[in-house]
Design a protein around this ligand. Sequence first.
Ligand code: ATP
Length: 368
Amino acid sequence: MTHLTIDGVTKVFGDPDKDGVVAVDDLHIDVADGEFLVLLGPSGCGKTTTLRMIGGLETPSEGEILFDETVVNDIKARNRDVAMVFQDFALYPHMTVRENLGFGLKREDNGMSKDDIDQRVEEVATMLEIEQLLNNKPAQLSGGQKQRVALGRAIIREPRLFLFDEPLANLDAKLRKTMRTEIDELQSEVGITSAYVTHNQEEAMTIADKIAVLNEGSLQQLGRPEQVFNEPSNLFVAQFVGSPDMNIFEGTVESSGTGYRVELQDASFEIPEALVEGELSGEVFVGFRPQDFYQTNKRQADGLTFDADVRIVEPVGTKAIVHSDTPMGRVTAEIEEFHGLSAGDSLSLSISPEHVYLFDAETETLLK
Ligand code: ATP
């Protein structure tokens, strides 16, 4: 069991005084024993660089990485006892699955006999349900089977840490979902502290104990998936996490005596004082999650109700994503009762004040 600490880590590529790139900027993340951390963010935000520093493939320019109480900055990758799984599987093409699985154990000076290694290979193959493939070469495997072998190679040594770099990126959508559940189960079963890189927020939400949202090298939020979804620390996190995207509009807010009045283009509504901490006034971004809208026949007592002219209806199983024109502009809503609904229809949509997000227009931090 290993407790991972990333303590004020910065990574600059190139000359910091000239045209250096700050790939990671003063990152602080704590990952408890057995916890599953997901590093989430858009392309170029520094996820892979962070993972490579944990694995010892890059050296921090500043700050420290600790495994338990030990600073590992100067410990070489091969001596860190971490296992990495990459998106391209990185299997040896000329070796069978059995040889690929056993290779790491054979190479190490771990005192294991050939029989011990064979037994461990069988155990891991059974765990991953690839026993019948042990004599195949990688070219004879499907993408999902290759990824299972790559996982097998990672867990066979029972490392201190698992590091995953977009391990499911090369698999089709259905297999990706199956494999992410398997990785999640496997990780809980073996209880090894893990860090997992992805730009796919849905993958992050389902697999993580804790998500670190990164943008341009800096940490935007560190929290449990539901925290990051329900209480995004700023506009970036709010827009990056959740699908479909949060609806965002420019507006203003001011005190109304009994609460706060939010003014949007051709729409306004009241937020009761009890829902707000501190004082609100001035320019804001107003956010509505598509999942928080509901259909109404009449104007609701509180919150916002508006007319929506339906443009596109996209059924997704038991719900539909409905894009419509409203007095505020284009709105995306997730609606359950959509049968018979089509482009050109009119709807009345509402949202309760407790589900409204407000962000400071200048700093973009969450106000409510
Ligand atoms: P992606 O999802 O596209 O892999 P990422 O979030 O993993 O992106 P990184 O690969 O960590 O991002 O890159 C962060 C920044 O550092 C980028 O601007 C990238 O161009 C830069 N960078 C990464 N590696 C190097 C390098 N070896 N030399 C110079 N710049 C680099």
